[in-house]
Design a protein around this ligand. Structure first.
Ligand code: CDP
Length: 239
């Protein structure tokens, strides 16, 4: 489908850990010629910096100082046909997926200063529109006026199994229990934190992908995009 510059929209995808948000975001971005932005990668990169530099993140002053020294950038890798996260010039796309980072990321993403820092950059990236951004607060806080907001869910066991497969490929020592505990802990912190907790935006459309194929989920989301492009109002398209 072709979309002219003028009618490019913003698509937000929020939801629980490991329920397929990034897969759908990538699919949509490719299909529409949009830019995919993985907001979770930014929180993961900040966490990596804090861990490597032994930053005491309970100290607001030290957090502010550390954030001043952090430069985040997404750089497109032509070979992989996807963007990668760079932290102060270093490609950290692979290392930020590590369990060591996953264990701390939700604690760090709950800090107000960290969120302000990341959200300001995310909003800048949306200026040109034509983006698909996934995360926890994208439809509620970062782009509350986005034309299409999707809230993704999937059964717990399926989410654990999916993430386990991904991580096991990198680290055969990982256990299913470890992955399950991590997802449960992150979902708990993400949905109970004070600042920008994970919530379904009132006008978000729910997509449960427990029992549908990636092709089916793309078709469903593309139908929503078409409805919006054809000029139906948000409210109409949600009936
Ligand atoms: O891939 P997965 O869904 O497991 O997580 P992610 O998108 O890589 O995000 C990692 C963590 O960053 C989440 O568990 C949240 O704690 C935090 N995050 C957030 O607070 N707000 C966002 N917009 C995106 C991620």
């Amino acid at each position: 489908m072709s979309t002219s510059k003028s009618n490019k929209i913003i698509i937000t995808i929020d939801g629980w850990s490991s329920c397929g948000k990034s897969t759908l975001a990538r699919q949509l971005a490719r299909k529409l010629g949009y830019v995919y932005i993985d907001s979770g990668a930014m929180y993961r990169a900040i966490t990596l910096y804090f861990l490597r530099n032994h930053i005491d993140w309970t100290n607001k002053k030290l957090v502010e100082k550390a954030l001043n020294d952090i430069e985040l950038e997404f750089i497109f890798n032509e070979k992989l046909d996807q963007s990668e996260m760079f932290l102060n010039g270093e490609n950290v796309e692979y290392v930020i997926r590590d369990m060591v980072v996953a264990e701390k990321v939700s604690e760090i993403a709950a800090i107000k200063e960290v969120r302000d820092f990341a959200v300001a950059q995310q909003r800048k990236m949306g200026k040109a529109r034509g983006i698909v951004m996934d995360g926890r607060d994208i439809g509620t806080v970062v782009f509350p006026k986005a034309e299409l907001k999707i809230f993704m869910t999937a059964d717990n066991a399926i989410r654990v199994e999916r993430r386990f497969k991904e991580l096991f490929e990198k680290n055969p020592n990982i256990t299913l229990e470890e992955v399950q505990n991590n997802l449960e802990m992150r979902d708990y912190i993400d949905s109970n934190r004070e600042v920008s907790p994970l919530r379904k935006a009132k006008d978000a459309l729910v997509l449960d992908n427990s029992n549908i194929t990636p092709e089916e989920q793309l078709k469903k989301a593309m139908n929503w995009v078409k409805e919006i492009e054809s000029g139906k109002s948000k409210v109409e398209s949600r009936k």
